[in-house]
Design a protein around this ligand. Structure first.
Ligand code: F6R
Length: 241
């Protein structure tokens, strides 16, 4: 695991964008795993900037997002499909048909296997971008998720629901179920890039990088992977030894 500590969140995003750009250049038909949430937004903005001003192209890229809410249609403003369109896809030259998210409106019991088959059919993921929850979750693999888990439905914890409530209007339906890649699915990516910024993530980062391997901290499973880069700003690095 390589840990890179940057001065601030925008330097973390720039560093992550460098890795994305390099991987795009290296591969004939790159397949990326992408995350939503507030952390990768700065990375996506950096990539949009590079597309607009430096000709960075996403034309040969295929993407698979980590997760999607169960019960939210793609056009719902809080769906992760909508998020990805708004924050990245609508602003770059990616082929819309090459962008995939778990289908939150299909039979949740079948959607997981279907998504796994789709990833496998594209030859697996070359670079998986991850954020981390305050409780150490990755994707929506909440604490106690099996380290061998695959794409499936998960019930979100109260902590995660509270953290995400800021995105929903007070009376709005907030889903408590999500489809998420499993921990084993994530570990099959050929390389992983985890980004964490802000003091609220410091404890989770320390437990991910230096804590014991435990299903109580799903991100600690990344210690098993041979090619993980963790990019943290100084505040998120604050509890590292
Ligand atoms: C979202 C995802 C989640 C987030 C995590 C951190 O696709 O996979 O694991 O990465 O909840 O969210 P933010 O970045 O909003 O703190």
């Amino acid at each position: 695991m390589q840990v890179i500590i940057t001065a601030n969140a925008s330097a973390a995003a720039a560093h992550a964008a460098d890795i994305v750009e390099r991987t795009l250049a290296e591969l004939e038909a790159p397949v990326f795993g992408l995350a939503t949430g507030s952390t990768p937004v700065a990375l996506y903005q950096a990539l949009i900037e590079r597309h607009r001003h430096q000709g960075l192209s996403f034309a040969k890229l295929t993407t698979f997002n980590l997760d999607e809410y169960v019960g939210l249609p793609p056009e719902h403003p809080q769906s992760y499909r909508h998020f990805m369109q708004r924050e990245l896809f609508d602003h770059v030259d990616i082929e819309p048909a090459n962008t995939f998210l778990p289908d939150g409106m299909s039979d949740p019991l079948e959607a997981g296997n279907a998504y796994e088959a789709l990833i496998e059919g594209h030859g697996g993921i070359d670079l998986q971008v991850l954020g981390i929850g305050r409780n150490g979750h990755i994707g929506f693999n909440e604490p106690t998720s099996s380290l061998g888990s695959r794409t499936r439905v998960k019930t979100l914890t109260r902590d995660t629901l509270e953290a995400n409530a800021r995105f929903f209007a007070p009376q709005e339906f907030q889903p408590s179920l999500a489809l998420t890649m499993g921990i084993a699915t994530i570990l099959e990516a050929r390389s992983i890039l985890l980004i964490a910024t802000g003091e609220a993530k410091a404890e989770a980062v320390a437990r991910c990088v230096e804590g014991p391997l435990s299903a109580l901290v799903p991100a600690s499973a990344l210690q098993l992977h041979p090619k993980v880069t963790v990019i943290v700003d100084q505040t998120a690095a604050g509890r590292l030894e």
